[in-house]
Design a protein around this ligand. Structure first.
Ligand code: ARG
Length: 277
């Protein structure tokens, strides 16, 4: 079984505005944020049986909780993020140290090529889809394809509310995914439709509640509360759906998926060895 990386929300807050969801006038409630994060962690760990690793929170890095943006892990390799926004670039050394300290080979892009990790890079089966425009740059896609020796399908994001790919697209299996069509251009929608057989449309109502920002573990899906139609659709397809209230993270433009990073199953055993040393 694979593991997930999370970061406790000790220093989480809305301290700057780098996406349309964030307003310093609408701060996060620290107690509620902690309770919601703990609920998410317990749902993933206890109800879905996934191993959770954690990175130490750091003062002055309020978005470090969004570990999906640490990088992209493939096997033992971690392609480190290069944040577009200077406010988040201080997270890079923290994640670099964590990966290096846990047996990953850290791979870095050139300093001027922006790439925000799994937030903009998701596998659907063996096919890697990467988003670009608001945060990651399309230039990063060729470099990553070369590093991994695999084809990437690039998707342009066109709605600033859905600025990372994981806010509007969620793979559910080798030939199944859910997505919010309005976040993509005509070409992107065609790429998805011609490559994924079972494409579940998420309504704007549920997409705005971050329904696509879900975590799939076998037949369990953990997603933000309030996505009623989507929850019913997924239950109808046989998934066990676990809604979690993540209101404080929505104020930052993030939800369930943004708060975790997938660590590849093949790396988990060696990681445990590192922890014992
Ligand atoms: N406030 C954070 C930002 O704007 C939220 C990041 C959400 N992460 C994600 N993978 N979508 O960068």
């Amino acid at each position: 079984m694979s593991a997930l990386l999370m970061c406790p929300p000790t220093y989480f807050g809305i301290e700057y505005e780098i996406n349309p969801w964030m307003s310093r006038l609408r701060g996060a409630d620290p107690g509620l944020a902690t309770a919601q994060w703990t609920h998410l962690r317990e749902t993933l760990g206890q109800q879905c049986g996934i191993q959770i690793e954690t990175v130490e929170p750091q003062a002055g890095l309020p978005d470090l909780v969004f570990t999906a943006n640490a990088g992209l892990v493939v096997g033992r390799r971690a392609i480190l993020s290069r944040f577009r926004v200077p406010a988040r670039s201080g997270e890079e050394p923290v994640f670099r140290d964590w990966f290096a300290g846990h047996g990953f080979e850290v791979v870095e892009l050139p300093p001027d090529v922006f790439f925000e990790g799994e937030g903009d890079a998701l596998f659907c089966g063996e096919q890697l889809y990467c988003g670009y425009h608001f945060r990651s740059e399309i230039r990063s896609h060729d470099l990553i394809a070369e590093m991994l020796g695999r084809r990437i399908l690039s998707l342009q994001l066109v709605d600033p509310r859905f600025y990372h790919l994981d806010t509007c697209f969620c793979p559910l299996g080798p030939d199944r995914a859910m997505y919010f069509p309005g976040a993509f251009d005509e070409y992107g929608r065609r790429v998805l439709a011609s490559n994924i057989g079972d494409l579940i449309e998420v309504s704007e109502h549920d997409a705005l509640r971050f329904g696509c920002n879900a975590v799939l573990i076998h037949d369990d899906i953990v997603l933000p509360a309030g996505c009623n139609q989507l929850t019913a659709d997924l239950c109808g397809r046989g998934y066990r759906v676990h809604p979690v209230n993540l209101s404080e993270y929505l104020k930052s433009g993030g939800a369930a998926k943004c708060l975790v990073l997938r660590l590849d199953a093949r790396t988990t055993a060696s990681m445990q060895m590192c922890d014992r040393e």
